[in-house]
Write a protein that binds this ligand. Structure first.
Ligand code: SAM
Ligand code: DTB
Ligand code: SF4
Length: 350
């Protein structure tokens, strides 16, 4: 099959910002020969970013486990027996200590996650205090706390929150297989409140949950056709946790994962595409293919929320081997460089 046999994939101007993607176009991209898809994604990546730079975020679970929702992938849902114990919201001082460590270890963005369906109004001042103090360290701030009302979004913005993470998780037509305790529109509403409050959005999903290729395209379509492309797009590969309904799901073909990254890059050219959960079980070669396909962000540090992530030494070695460096960020107090970078540079020089 020649490349020109897929006209829908060739007519669009590469790299242009569009919000009118069609399912047929995304499917045509998925069907491109792998080298052609990578070439297109890598070309678009270079129009907007330095392909040697990777944005580095650190995650902290500030409120773990005991969640009332039924997300079929999630180790923190109370109803599944996964061995994750419910804990209370951490103190601001304990969060700050972790944020200082994350900064020293090279993170430029610190993301605080809570296993809530949505925060209670009485939680907001506590989270706002964390946000204010983490930001005062010179880190970009991100939070993921579940559904937000418009006033809650405004309050978090006033505390200095830069990003709010809220994922669509999967395609609209697969969503009902995964979550029953909130609907797709609830997620779109929260994202609307976050945008209206003036915060940046971090929004992506999970692949490898048994969805079809058309449904992976449907997730990317829903993300790319949001009123504004998310500033960050985390693409998670399912971390299978014993006790969750999705434990035992057939593994996604790694090349299909790379295709998903490439099409996220092509359809949301200016967004940070984050190689998110699931990296621990990826080979260095698979991660390298993802960076070549346009991924330019990672979670750094040995833990995600409750599950593992590559250890710091492995990431430093990978950055050094691939010639990647952490992306600098502009914060009010100046430019911050992540030092996974410096370590990698030192190792190269040695
Ligand atoms: N409770 C809040 C919510 O659901 O919005 C915030 C935390 S929740 C853990 C954040 C995201 O983590 C989920 O939307 C999902 O995309 C991702 N996630 C959770 N468990 C995962 C798993 N086992 N594998 C991959 N991603 C996962
Ligand atoms: C996102 O999309 N992935 C991160 C972050 N946003 C909050 C969470 C991944 C969680 C993986 C399972 C765990 O560690 O509990
Ligand atoms: Fe709760 Fe979030 Fe896990 Fe769903 S993904 S069960 S809302 S912590």
């Amino acid at each position: 099959m020649s490349v020109s046999a897929t006209p829908a994939a060739t007519v669009s101007v590469p790299g242009a910002l569009r919000h009118d993607w069609q399912q047929v176009e995304l499917l045509a991209l998925f069907e491109l020969p792998f080298p052609e898809l990578l070439h297109r994604a890598a070309s678009v990546h270079r129009q907007h970013f330095d392909p040697a730079e990777v944005q580095v975020s650190t995650l902290l679970s500030v409120k773990t486990g005991g969640c009332p929702e039924d997300c079929a992938y999630c180790p923190q849902a109370q109803r599944y027996h996964t061995g994750v114990d419910a804990q209370k919201l951490m103190s601001t001082e304990a969060v700050l200590e972790k944020a200082r460590q994350a900064k020293a270890a090279g993170a430029s963005r610190f993301c605080m996650g809570a296993a809530w369906r949505s925060p209670k109004d009485r939680d907001i001042p506590k989270v706002a205090a964390m946000i204010r103090e983490v930001k005062a360290l010179g880190l970009e701030t991100c939070a993921t706390l579940g559904m937000l009302s418009a006033p809650q979004a405004d309050a978090l913005k006033s505390a200095g929150l830069d990003y709010y993470n809220h994922n669509l998780d999967t395609a609209p037509d697969y969503y009902g297989e995964i979550i029953h305790t909130r609907d797709y529109q609830d997620r779109l509403d929260t994202l609307g409140h976050v945008r209206d409050a003036g915060m940046k959005t971090c929004c992506g999903g999970i692949v490898g949950m048994g969805e079809s290729r058309a449904q992976r395209a449907g997730l990317l379509l829903a993300l790319a056709n949001l009123p504004a492309h998310p500033d960050s797009v985390p693409i998670n590969r399912l971390v299978q946790v014993e006790g969750t309904p999705l434990h035992g799901t057939a593994e996604l073909d790694p090349f299909e994962f790379v295709r998903t990254i490439a099409i996220a890059r092509l359809t949301m050219p200016r967004s940070m595409v984050r190689l998110s959960a699931g990296r621990e079980s990826m080979s260095d070669e698979l991660q390298a293919l993802c960076f070549a396909a346009g991924a330019n962000s990672i979670f750094h540090g040995e833990k995600l929320l409750t599950t593992g992530n590559p250890d710091v030494e492995r990431d430093q070695a990978l950055f050094a081997r691939l010639g990647l460096r952490p992306m600098a960020v502009q914060v009010e107090s100046g430019t911050v460089h992540a030092d996974i970078v410096e370590t990698a540079a030192c190792e190269r020089a040695a």
